[in-house]
Structure formats: structure tokens, C-alpha cells
Design a protein around this ligand. Sequence first.
Ligand code: GTP
Length: 304
Amino acid sequence: MVEVSMTKIKLYIISGFLGSGKTTLLREMLSKWQDKKVAILMNELGEFNVDSTILGEDTPMNELLNGCICCDLKSDVEVQLHDLKHRYQPDIIIIEATGVAHPVEIYDACLAPSLTSFIQIQSIITLVDGPRFLARSRYSATTVQLMEEQVRYAHTIIFNKTDLMHSEEVMNVQQQIEALNPAGEIIATTHSQVTDDIFDREGAKRSAHLHMHHGIQSMVYSFTSPVDSRQFVSWLRQLPESVLRIKGYIKFKENPEQVVLFQYSYGIPQYEPEDMKLPLKLVIIGEQLDKNRLLDQLDLLEFS
Ligand SMILES: Nc1nc2c(ncn2[C@@H]2O[C@H](COP(=O)(O)OP(=O)(O)OP(=O)(O)O)[C@@H](O)[C@H]2O)c(=O)[nH]1
């Protein structure tokens, strides 16, 4: 059974390397969305969030300090998103990640099964610092990989700081971004200034449309009854590499009362007994997911 979508809080994830213009974009988005209720979840590696003082006290904001949203603070994201919902009932939540966060990990953190009923991930926006991206070979291989993956997994790429580059360099970086993410929407900017177009209703719709057809995406499947564990393992074994993560709660016929927390990351499954009676939902995250095929397979598991 696929989860039916209702009016949900739209979630935008801002990723991008250190100093690329994320907070500048955030301010831009806030000024464009003055007629909407926007809440922010700000993540900083340090103990003090400079950006929150820049944004002012009127903006509803929660902070995740002293760590990165994509590793040590991953489980806190779920708590903070519930908290923002209950305290402010926002139309939109924007997450500004640290410069070292990986977009797939952030996306994953925002898809905890308890969030999928009220959060709709609208877009991953990656900021690229043009001059720094062009000179990225001077960084370590791990940093270069992170910078490129931030581009690769974005729905929209804001190619920023073009004022600091010659036109040939701008063309060069544009081509490199296109090569890394051929289906992404690329917008070249100075000071993260985007036209209203990508944030207004039309823009949001367009983004949602793109979101359906390229890049990282997700689906939620709800089970109504326990499944056969051997059939479940066989299903896992034949999954394509494009399925990056699965997580959620499931019951197996062998022990039908026991809820199991299931997690699958890059081909490795993990099963842990769960004491609470949580809804039997699996969230599947991947690139170019063949949702109809997955749906048929899961229906077969559930009803055979
Ligand atoms: N020249 C130039 N400077 C820019 C541009 N965009 C942002 N900046 C400056 O770059 C610096 C970093 O911008 P931020 O928006 O704070 O970047 P950030 O990604 O939030 O930075 P961290 O939170 O430290 O990762 C600030 O001094 C901005 O004013 C641009 O297009 N051109």
C-alpha cells in the first residue's frame, strides 16, 4: 500500500561546501517567502551559530550545533523536525546543512518513517562556490569527492560567486557541473540571487516535477501484515544498485508480534527488535527508482 500524500510541510535542504553562499541563499529565500510561514533548521559544526544572529530573532529556528547533521546528529533531525512542526506549524522548513554534509545522508535523515506523513522533501539545493570548485584539485581526494557528490545528488545547483570568475571559467565550471549532474537544474548566480521563478508556486511545482523524474528520490510502502523473511531476503538480493537506502519497521511471519527496525545501506541489511508498536512502513531511497516495479514486488511480498 503506497502512502497517500496530503498537504505536507515542504522541506528544502540547502547543501554546499563551506563558504559557498548557503546563508546568503537562505536570506534570499526568506525575503521571497515573506507571505509564508517558514521555519529553519540550522546545523553548525561549532558550538555557536553565527548565521542565526545574521538571520535575526523573528525567524522560527531550531539549531543542531556541535556536529554534522549527516553523521552524529542524524537522529536529532527527526526530533527537531517534529518540534518545528508542533511549535510553529510552518508551510515550509529549510535546512541549512554544514559545508561538509553529504546530501544523501541529509535526505536520509529527513525520511525517518515518523516524518513521512507530514514532510514532503521538495528539493535538495546545492550551492557551488565557482572559484573554489574550479580549483578543487588542490584539496584532498575525500574533499573533492564530497564537493562533487554535493553536486551530483542535488535537484537544483546554484553556481555562485560568478562575479569572481572570467567568462571562460564560468563556462568551464558550468560544463563540469552538467557532466556530474546532467539532469539537475543549474542556475549561475552572484550572491545567491535567484529569480523569483524558482521559489514561487510555479517554481515549486517545477521543482517537484523534476524531483519525480531525476536525481535522488524516495517512496514509502506500508505493510498491513507480517511478511515471509526468506522472500524478503530474496527481494533484497535482487535490488539494483540505484537503491541506496531502505529503513523502517517490518514484521516477519516467523515471529508475527515482533516489530523489527530494518535498515539497508549500500547493500548491507541490519535487523533490530523494536519494543514499541510502530507503524509498519518502509522508506526506500534511491536514484531513478522504478517505483512501479518496487511497488509490485512489495505487494507480492505482502500478499503471497
Ligand atoms: N564575491 C562574492 N561573495 C559572495 C557571494 N555569495 C556569498 N558571498 C560571500 O561569501 C561569504 C560566505 O557566504 P555564506 O552565505 O555565509 O556562505 P555559507 O555557505 O553559509 O558559509 P558556511 O556556513 O561557513 O559554510 C560571505 O562573506 C558572503 O558575503 C558571491 O556570489 N560573490
